[in-house]
Every structure is written in structure tokens, then in C-alpha cells.
Design a binder for this molecule. Structure first.
Ligand SMILES: [Zn+2]
Ligand SMILES: [Zn+2]
Length: 345
């Protein structure tokens, strides 16, 4: 089968590798779509090396149809549309035992360590099948919509940390795919106003179409001033950082009211340092949280939200590439005029 193998920084080799077969307890999925994530861009550029073990087939946002079911596997039928939860945990570390499986100490991620979705087929080891890494869709639908269950699930996990209460004003810093998912989740959670900030005009238009109350070009407008104006001078109830720019951490702390919540959702490249005025946290009693990966329960929530069309993932896929052009697809996704790029083997 054809697969996009990551061999090292800058080296993505689209080549023939052995087609996986389902051994006892295993399932093989024929990939219909694998959407490209910022993490894939960072891996290919060599900016993310932690937890990545080349050579490996890249891609962790994937959906497709069950192609083969191994001996002893029950509950899965060939041909069923599925999305795959891409984390494999140990199940017994401190964090797994406390419901934080997303930060398991022995995490193995498909597309980082296990072969991922930028391939015609992906094999789920017995451990992944047993633990329920396959989520079957209730009905057939455009497969790229289901591939977005993974990033949506990560946002659902983040949302739990910064909470949105009915009537809240929420600021989303960044209108890339992740920002737009947080925007939709905030609205669904009862936010009265969602202010989205992004320097790209097409992305701001996108955010408006998906329900943003106001969009701001931070280069041309004074975002803190806009937020103060709309909140009686207090600041927003919550702010979510959806771009990996270090200076945004402090900016977000300045955008929220006393007792407000800030979520550092986006990972920062390199060492990840950001300078913050810690007194903002102290005097304003700001709650600062993060969000890494997702739990199975978030994935299940994401699947249902997509299936019931409560979250629009269809609109977010703006580009489609064949597998042979995987490198171009990843390059394309790092540009700011499109939204989500899907590779469709
Ligand atoms: Zn991702
Ligand atoms: Zn664990």
C-alpha cells in the first residue's frame, strides 16, 4: 500500500510499504480521510521531536471504513464507517488511574510512534481494539467530517478546563481550525458573545460564518479595548489561546476579568517559554489551564456532536489532496488562507 513515512525532519517519503493484515484481536481500517494537524507540520519541520519515533507513518486525525476484522473481535463489521481515537495508553500509570488517560506516562500515539493515517490502511493492535479506540458512526457521511472528531475531542477536553457558563463572553485568540472548533463549542455551551481575534481576513470571515459575535484584526485594532468595551470595562469571562505564540499567554491574562479563565490550548514550538506578568494571576485570581490530547469520553462526545450536526466540521475542510501529495498537503495546511486540509487516500 501507499503510505507517507516520516523518516526525519524535512523527510516525508510517500512510498509502498507492506499492507497491514488483521491478526487475532486486530482490526484494519481503510483510511478514507486523514486531516492534517499543526502537529504534523511541526513534526515534519523537526520542531516537535518528543514522543515521535521515525520511521513512522504520519497522521492521527483519521476516519474510514473497517476493511478487515481479526479473529476473536466482536462488535465491528467490515464496511462500517469509523473514526479512530489515536492514543494508546498503558492503563495503569498514576494518570490513567485518575481519569487523565490523555497524559498517560507511557502514551503511544498513532502517527507519532504507531503507524498513522497517511496511508491506505491502518492497523489497530489488539490492545487498541480492546480498549475501544474505534468509534463507529451511526450513519454514512462524508468521511472527512469524521476525521475531525480527533481535534474536536481535544477541544472538548480543553473546554472542560476553562468552562463556559451561560451568558459568558469568551475570547478566542486565533481562527485556525482549532480556534473555530472552540468558537463553536463556546456557542454551544451558552456563551452570549464570542470575540475572535486573527490577523487573516479570510479566517475572520470564516469565524463570522460560524457564529463569532465580533472578529478583530489584532494588528489594526486594539483587542483589549474591544473586549473592555463589550464587557463594561471588566474583561472577558474566558480566553482561549489557539495559536502557539508565546506573547499571547500574557495577552490572554490581560483580556479576562477578575476570576476569569485562560486556557493555553495551543502548544508552543521549541522550549515553550512565555513571559507572563504573574501578578495578573495573583491579584485577579485568574485561573490558567492547559489542554493536551483527549480522552476517550471526549472522542465519544465529539462523534455525537458531529453526527448530530451540532458542530459543523464539514465547512471546515477546504482542501483535499491525494495521498501521493501528502507533503504538499502538509505544506498547504501551514498557510493561513485555507482551513483544514484532508488527505484522501
Ligand atoms: Zn491533531
Ligand atoms: Zn498510563
Amino acid at each position: 500500500m501507499l503510505a507517507a513515512v516520516f523518516r526525519g525532519p524535512g523527510d516525508l517519503d510517500v512510498t509502498e510499504i507492506e499492507t497491514p493484515e488483521a491478526g487475532p484481536g486486530e482490526v484494519v481500517v481503510r483510511v478514507g480521510a486523514n486531516t492534517v494537524c499543526g502537529t504534523d507540520v511541526r513534526i515534519l519541520r523537526g520542531e516537535k521531536t518528543r514522543g515521535v519515533e521515525p520511521p513512522v507513518v504520519l497522521g492521527h486525525e483519521l476516519a474510514g471504513h473497517i476493511a478487515e476484522v481479526g479473529r476473536g473481535v466482536e462488535g465491528y463489521e467490515v464496511g462500517a464507517p469509523v473514526a479512530m481515537y489515536p492514543l494508546l495508553q498503558c492503563g495503569r500509570c498514576f494518570y490513567c488511574l485518575r481519569g487523565m488517560e490523555n497524559v498517560c506516562e507511557h502514551l503511544r500515539i498513532f502517527g507519532n510512534v504507531e503507524n498513522g493515517g497517511l496511508a491506505e490502511y491502518v492497523r489497530l493492535p489488539a490492545r487498541a481494539v480492546e480498549r475501544g479506540n474505534l468509534f463507529v458512526a451511526r450513519e454514512e457521511r462524508p468521511i472527512e467530517e469524521l476525521a475531525l472528531a480527533e481535534p474536536l475531542a481535544c477541544c472538548v477536553n480543553g473546554l472542560e478546563k476553562y468552562r463556559v457558563e451561560v451568558g459568558d463572553t469568551v475570547v478566542i485568540l486565533g481562527a485556525g481550525p482549532i480556534g473555530l472548533l472552540h468558537l463553536q463549542l463556546a456557542l454551544l455551551s451558552g456563551a452570549r458573545e464570542v470575540i475572535v481575534s486573527n490577523p487573516s481576513e479570510p479566517r475572520r470571515r470564516f469565524a463570522e460564518r460560524l457564529g463569532a459575535t465580533v472578529t478583530v484584526d489584532p494588528r489594526a485594532e486594539d483587542l483589549p479595548e474591544v473586549v473592555r468595551e463589550r464587557t463594561g470595562g471588566r474583561g472577558a469571562d474566558a480566553a482561549v489561546i489557539c495559536i502557539g505564540k508565546p506573547e499571547l499567554v500574557n495577552e490572554a491574562l490581560r483580556l479576562v476579568r477578575k476570576g476569569g479563565r485562560v486556557n493555553a490550548f495551543a502548544g508552543l514550538s521549541g522550549a515553550g517559554w512565555a513571559e507572563v506578568e504573574a501578578n495578573l494571576i495573583h491579584y485577579n485570581e485568574v485561573l490558567l489551564s492547559g489542554g493536551s490530547n483527549c480522552r476517550r469520553r471526549d472522542f465519544e462526545t465529539a462523534m455525537r456532536l458531529i453526527e448530530e450536526r451540532r458542530i459543523d466540521t464539514a465547512a471546515m475542510v477546504t482542501d483535499r489532496f491525494p495521498l501521493a501529495e501528502a507533503a504538499r498537503a502538509i505544506e498547504r495546511s501551514s498557510r493561513s488562507d485555507g482551513m483544514k486540509v484532508a488527505v484522501m487516500p
